[in-house]
Design a protein around this ligand. Structure first.
Ligand code: VL7
Length: 125
């Protein structure tokens, strides 16, 4: 059985989200608001097609992609830097590489028990 990320997910913790936002150069005021948020994610997985809608009281972000197909991402309302993104499977993990100004930028999603995990990476410089 392949992994299925479909569902509605609510944030329960955001360890060092602050550090990631600092690495992206998000200003102090925005960081203070952003780290208090409890965003909700609605994920729809249909074969290799994904729809990931993250909503919060402050900002929303919609991501749609197909596994193995590179796409332009604008990160609108986040750090607003454009990048080229590619999502692939690494075993049961969903791994995104975001090529652009920030080196080693990307994220990984995986399931563990009843929880959805998400780790972001980015170099500071
Ligand atoms: C959220 C990281 C932080 C600026 C606002 C925060 C608004 C609610 O998790 C996300 O999607 C994953 C896929 O699940 C990767 O695309 C979207 C990323 C927030 C950047 C920058 C803080 C301002 C949070 C949208």
């Amino acid at each position: 059985m392949p992994v299925d990320f479909s569902g509605t997910w609510n944030l329960i913790s955001n360890d060092n989200f602050e550090g990631y936002m600092v690495a992206l150069g998000i200003d102090f005021a925005t960081r203070k608001i952003a780290k208090m948020l409890k965003p909700q994610k609605v994920i729809k997985q249909d074969g290799d097609s994904f729809y990931i809608h993250t909503t919060s009281t402050f900002r929303d972000y919609l991501l749609q992609f197909k596994i193995g197909e590179e796409f332009e991402e604008d990160n609108k309302g986040l750090d607003n830097r454009k990048c080229k993104s590619l999502v692939t499977w690494e075993n049961d993990k969903l791994v995104c590489v975001q090529t652009g100004e920030k080196k080693n930028r990307g994220w990984t999603h995986w399931l563990e028990g009843d929880d959805l995990h998400l780790v972001f990476t980015s170099d500071f410089y």
